[in-house]
Design a binder for this molecule. Structure first.
Ligand SMILES: CC(C)(COP(=O)(O)OP(=O)(O)OC[C@H]1O[C@@H](n2cnc3c(N)ncnc32)[C@H](O)[C@@H]1OP(=O)(O)O)[C@@H](O)C(=O)NCCC(=O)NCCS
Length: 94
């Protein structure tokens, strides 16, 4: 019903726009809390990897993803525009 990608290290592009964690929920499974839970579990996994803070980004225009990040303690760092898409960058302390 969903997929998550966890990047153990960031290159320059991931540091600017991609972040450590990317997730997606199947369209017919959305709004059931799965993304919020996926990110929560992913943060636990990152903690076990020894990470102390995690970068998660989302499109500025996508309110649902921002809610998922904020529900998991995301603090807005800034916004960056890449290829005409503005991304919000959030750090989460774990
Ligand atoms: C963004 C996405 C992951 C959210 O998944 P989800 O499982 O529906 O999210 P949740 O059910 O955990 O909902 C989180 C919050 O967003 C809200 N929300 C979800 N979809 C929404 C929508 N289309 N419009 C408005 N709010 C929405 C929920 O109501 C919930 O808010 P609440 O905490 O106030 O109740 C999903 O829409 C998706 O896969 N989108 C495409 C890929 C993507 O954008 N990934 C994120 C980039 S890393």
């Amino acid at each position: 019903m969903g997929v998550v990608q966890i990047r153990h290290q960031l290159n320059e592009h991931l540091l600017q726009v991609g972040g450590h964690i990317g997730y997606s929920v199947a369209s017919d499974e959305r709004r059931k809390g799965y993304a919020t839970e996926i990110l929560r579990l992913s943060l636990e996994y990152c903690q076990r990897l020894g990470m102390s803070r995690v970068l998660v980004t989302c499109d500025k225009s996508y309110a649902a993803s921002a809610k998922v990040i904020q529900a998991n303690g995301g603090v807005l760092e800034d916004e960056v525009t890449c290829d005409n898409v503005t991304k919000r960058r959030y750090w989460i302390q774990i």
